[in-house]
Design a protein around this ligand. Structure first.
Ligand code: PBG
Length: 340
C-alpha cells in the first residue's frame, strides 16, 4: 500500500477561507436588468412575473432606474410593450422615432447620462399582429409551414436599431435569430455614423418553453405556428458554435446564450470556443417565475436559490447575466447576504 503523493486532505474551511478560494463571484456589475416600458397609464404588475412591471415612460420609470443605480445595477435592457392598435403586419411602429422605446431611451439618457448603460431589444414580435420575430411569407402554403421571409425582416430591424441608436442607446440587442441580422444592423449603424453603438447578439437562442411569462408580459406570442423555424432545437449544442461564429464574423460585440439554466453546457461550450468575447446569458422569464412561484408557496428558500442559480450561470462561463432578479440580488448583497 502506498499513498498517492498528494493525498486529499481537509482544509480548515472557515467562511473567510471559502470566500478566499471561491472561483466565482456575483456582483451587480455583471447584471443587466430587463425593463418593460409602455406608453402611458400606471405601472402594471405582470401577473406571471411577480415583482416585474410595465413602466409608463415618465417619472416613475426614472425613479425605478434611479433605485437600480443606487443599488449598483447600472445596465438595463429595454423592451417595448405596445397595445394591439399599434401593431401591424410589418412592425412599422418599431422604428418610429417617437415610439415607446425611443422615448424611454431619450428620457433615461437625459436623466442619467453615461452612468447608465442602455441596451435595447431589437425584434419585431411585440410590434406585429402575427407575433413572429420575422415577416411571415405572403404565400399561404408556406405560412402554414412556418416560413419566415428572413431578408425582408432585416431591413426593418436595421431601421429599428438605427432609431434606438439615434435616441441614445449604448447597445442594440437583436433577439429575433434572423440570419444576417448582426451584419445588417452593423452596416446600417455605421452608415448613419453610429460606429460607437455596440451589438449584443442573441447568437444562441433556443425555441424554449421558458419564454411563456415574457410573451404574456408583451402580448407577443405567435398567433399561428411557433418559432422552431428560426430558433434553435434544444437537442443541439454544437450548432451553437456555428451560430456564434457567424455572429462574430458579422461584427457582434457581445454574444448571448438564452435561456440560461437548462443550457449551462452551451454557455460553457461557447465560452470555451470564444474566450475573447464577452458572453451574456439570459436568465429568462420562466426561470424567474418558477423561483417566485415556489418561493411564494414556501417550498424553496428564494434568496439561496436565486444566488445559487446566478452563481451557476456565472460559473458556467457567462460574464454577464441578464436577470429579472437583478435588483433583489443587488439588495441582498448590499445587506451582506452571502449564503456560501
Ligand atoms: C423575442 C424575445 C423573447 C424573449 C426576449 N426576446 C421571447 C421569444 O422568443 O418568444 C424572452 C425573454 C424572457 O423570456 O425573459 N424576440
Amino acid at each position: 500500500m502506498s499513498y498517492p503523493l498528494h493525498r486529499p486532505r481537509r482544509l480548515r474551511l472557515t467562511k473567510p477561507i471559502r470566500d478566499l478560494v471561491a472561483e466565482t463571484t456575483v456582483s451587480p456589475d455583471h447584471l443587466i436588468l430587463p425593463i418593460f416600458v409602455k406608453e402611458g397609464g400606471k405601472p402594471e404588475e405582470i401577473p406571471a412575473m411577480p415583482g416585474q412591471y410595465r413602466w409608463p415612460v415618465g417619472d416613475e420609470l426614472v425613479k425605478f432606474v434611479s433605485k437600480a443605480l443606487d443599488l449598483g445595477v447600472r445596465s438595463i435592457l429595454l423592451f417595448g410593450y405596445v397595445s394591439s392598435e399599434l401593431k401591424d403586419e410589418e412592425a412599422r411602429y418599431s422604428y418610429n422615432p417617437n415610439g415607446v422605446v425611443q422615448k424611454a431611451v431619450r428620457l433615461l439618457r437625459r436623466e442619467f447620462g453615461s452612468e447608465l448603460v442602455i441596451f435595447t431589444d431589437v425584434c419585431i414580435c411585440n410590434y406585429t399582429v402575427h407575433g413572429h420575430c420575422g415577416i411571415p411569407s405572403k404565400i399561404e402554403r408556406r405560412r402554414i409551414a412556418g416560413y419566415i421571409d428572413n431578408d425582408s425582416t432585416l431591413k426593418i430591424i436595421a431601421k429599428m436599431a438605427v432609431s434606438h441608436a439615434e435616441a441614445g442607446a449604448d447597445f442594440v440587442a437583436p433577439s429575433g435569430m434572423m440570419d444576417g441580422m448582426v451584419a445588417a444592423i452593423r452596416e446600417a449603424l455605421d452608415k448613419e455614423g453610429y460606429t460607437d453603438v455596440g451589438i449584443m447578439s442573441y447568437a444562441v437562442k433556443y425555441a424554449s418553453g421558458f419564454y411563456g411569462p415574457f410573451r404574456e408580459a408583451l402580448e407577443s406570442a405567435p398567433r399561428f405556428g411557433d418559432r422552431r423555424s428560426y430558433q434553435m432545437d434544444p437537442r443541439n449544442a454544437y450548432e451553437a458554435l456555428r451560430e456564434a461564429r457567424l455572429d462574430v464574423e458579422e461584427g457582434a460585440d457581445i454574444l448571448m446564450v438564452k435561456p440560461a439554466l437548462a443550457y449551462l453546457d452551451v454557455i460553457r461550450l461557447v465560452k470555451t470556443h470564444y474566450p475573447d468575447y464577452p458572453l451574456a446569458a439570459y436568465n429568462v422569464s420562466g426561470e424567474y417565475s418558477m423561483v417566485k412561484a415556489a418561493a411564494e408557496k414556501g417550498w424553496i428558500d428564494e434568496k439561496l436559490v436565486t444566488l445559487e442559480i446566478v452563481t451557476a450561470i456565472r460559473r458556467a462561463g457567462a460574464d454577464i447575466v441578464i436577470t429579472y432578479h437583478a435588483l433583489d440580488i443587488a439588495r441582498w448583497l448590499k445587506e451582506g447576504y452571502n449564503p456560501f
